[in-house]
Design a protein around this ligand. Sequence first.
Ligand code: GDG
Length: 468
Amino acid sequence: MSRLVVISNRVPLPDKSGAAPAGGLAVALQAALEERGGIWMGWSGKSTSGRETSGIDIREQGKITYALVDLSRKDVEEYYAGFANRVLWPLCHYRLDLTDYARKDMAGYFRVNRLFAQQLAPLIKPDDVIWVHDYHLIPLAAELRQMGLKNRIGFFLHIPWPPADVLFTLPVHETIMRGLASYDLVGFQTRHDAENFAGCLKREGIGKELGQGLFEAYGHVFRADVFPISIETAAFAEAARTSRRHALVGRMRQSLAGRDLIIGVDRLDYSKGITNRIEAFERFIVNNPDSRGRVTFLQVTPKSRSEVPEYGDMQRMVAELAGRVNGALSTVDWTPIRYVNRSIGRSVLAGLYRMAQVGLVTPLRDGMNLVAKEYVAAQDPENPGVLILSRFAGAARELDGALLVNPYDTDAVSDAIARALSMPIEARRERWNQMMPHLLENDVSHWCESFLKALAGHGETKGDERPA
Ligand code: GDG
């Protein structure tokens, strides 16, 4: 079996005991790396004070080599906070109003990708299989090819891919498309994203579809296909089942005093629709006076990307809105919204999902959304809660037992909350049973194996989504 080389913006380092950090992706990729031996390379997260980038820090742990690259402050500003998170992220989430096409950031993005290629190339053996992750590193394969590497190189995009009319606003869209065409396999979360990509290739005659998922562009034949990411379903369900032993989970239950719980969990990001969701919850309380004093909405939102200005604005907006709604609706013995603006431990989170009658997952646009899958996995099979899910999350293509909503439609989300809270137990069980077996079968290990099999050239050309 060939060695595996994974490259992502950040590297989730194991702790001293060698255990992978919490989170399905890290666990699945680390298991694949343990099995085959290999390298995980990425930015160390540190920025050096000078303008010059410093070297690479190599750490061996078992069969895995971690290669950590330091970046200069200028690199971080232009590549990470600039082009990746103020151009590609908003663009891929259909937010042209938030994209900021600064030429120096674009140059920084390509420069850092070249630097990664230069640091990586000497570590690569001829039959290594290389797997590049996400929008930070699209040009990496083209750089490696220019240096003469002939290895199989795959790319997986964790976020949505936009339609041609959106992509073509990007001044360097040709270079980005050429970058993707340099891989042997390009993986998307949903069929919809893969179709948008095919549309971008065809629109200006950049490339053509050869059938069976194969494309030709810039003189290179490659495959583009669908690999919906998932979670460690069985392990997460077990963590939720045994979560009672956490004192915090017990205290939370006690503090609810019999009220229903609605839960939302998202990194603080404008793509997640947090303000729309708070407004929909407010509408629900106003439209359903009986619910006053009887429902609590817990929104868990760790801070994220604070160095990017739009995220600072978002931080203020969410805090102000939650404060305004609480001020308007609270009574002396009831606070409708509990807003937690920091991270909660993973096993406590599993317990909170299980306690909640409703999982409210309403992003305005999302590649997949793992919170939706975690909420389903955490439920008590005898008395499961109801998932309310945005139709614009990739997960909506698979989770057909959810109440699907348009997150921009405040009244519709408010109605869905009312419907979820009054849903009879038989209907809740039926909906949950529609989703859980699919999640157990299509977990994150399955995702990892299918991608690697396809990259080795043995996979079948088909999306794993369920038929509509
Ligand atoms: C990108 C794409 C795609 C959140 N708060 C806490 C916490 N979390 C965990 C959740 C979940 C993860 O973070 C978030 O995953 P998502 O999938 O929802 O979103 P992104 O971070 O935007 O991820 C997305 C994903 O990549 C994978 O391909 O699904 O579409 O945008 O696991 O549980 N975890 C803990 N405490 C928190 O407070 N422990």
